[in-house]
Design a protein around this ligand. Structure first.
Ligand SMILES: [Fe+2]
Ligand SMILES: [Fe+2]
Length: 241
């Protein structure tokens, strides 16, 4: 009886064809990964923008917070991964303001002591938004939301943590946030000049700010000034329009 010759369904491909196919698949996978990563970071930035609009600030504050924090991280020599997490989580620092009533947040004139206490809750409320998150980036966002108003000397809130008890990401964003607030015009105050703002933050060495973080910030002063200058130019352009 004649036996049927077995034929393979697999098309024979040369080693080079195989290598090209793997290379193409890898590039496609990398492209999809980048797209997901970009959409993810962009989404969380836009989420942070909602809280920022509520506070009558502009999105440029969030961009500068990310830029200043990145410079401090570079000055401290943090790893690429930590710097990435800090860069993308720092704009979320005030996300808890989403839950603070507008009647308090936008109240003209002074606040009562009770209202001030409610505003302080944006730290714990922000942390609550991220509680139980599994992604490392959102875990860092939780830490930053909770600790960006702590002060190195223990006089901050919500927990009055002292020194290195305050997580490093919180200590970094504390400086980035205050420096930006000082150099930015708000409805209730004028902006300090760059050099005056630097003197003010220096005077808070070991009080509001961690000396190591401040040292790293001052080490990157040229870059900090470039970031400050760039948004000054943008804001001048917007007001002239
Ligand atoms: Fe805050
Ligand atoms: Fe802020």
């Amino acid at each position: 009886m004649a036996t049927k010759k077995k034929t393979s369904n697999l098309k024979k491909v040369s080693y080079f064809e195989y290598e090209a196919k793997v290379d193409k698949a890898y590039k496609e996978l990398l492209e999809s990964y980048r797209e997901v990563k970009d959409s993810y970071t962009e989404m969380i930035f836009r989420f942070a923008l909602v809280a920022e609009f509520k506070d009558e600030a502009t999105g440029t504050h969030l961009v500068r917070i990310a830029d200043y924090s990145t410079e401090i991280a570079n000055g401290l020599g943090l790893s690429k991964k930590d710097t990435y997490h800090l860069r993308y989580a720092s704009p979320m620092h005030d996300i808890g303001k989403l839950v603070i009533p507008d009647a308090i947040l936008k109240k003209p004139g002074g606040l009562t002591p009770d209202e001030r206490e409610i505003i302080k809750k944006h730290t714990t409320l922000g942390a609550k938004i991220f509680k139980g998150a599994r992604s490392p980036l959102l875990k860092v966002s939780e830490t930053i939301s909770l600790t960006h108003h702590e002060r190195y000397d223990g006089t901050g809130y919500p927990r009055g943590l002292r020194g290195k008890q305050i997580p490093l990401f919180g200590r970094i964003v504390a400086l980035a946030d205050v420096f930006d607030a000082l150099t930015t015009k708000r409805p209730y105050k004028e902006a300090y000049d760059f050099d005056d703002a630097i003197e003010i933050v220096k005077s808070q060495n070991g009080k509001h700010f961690d000396p190591d973080v401040l040292k790293a910030f001052l080490k990157r002063l040229d870059r900090i000034k470039k970031i400050w200058r760039a948004t000054k130019d943008i804001e001048a352009f917007i007001t002239e329009m």
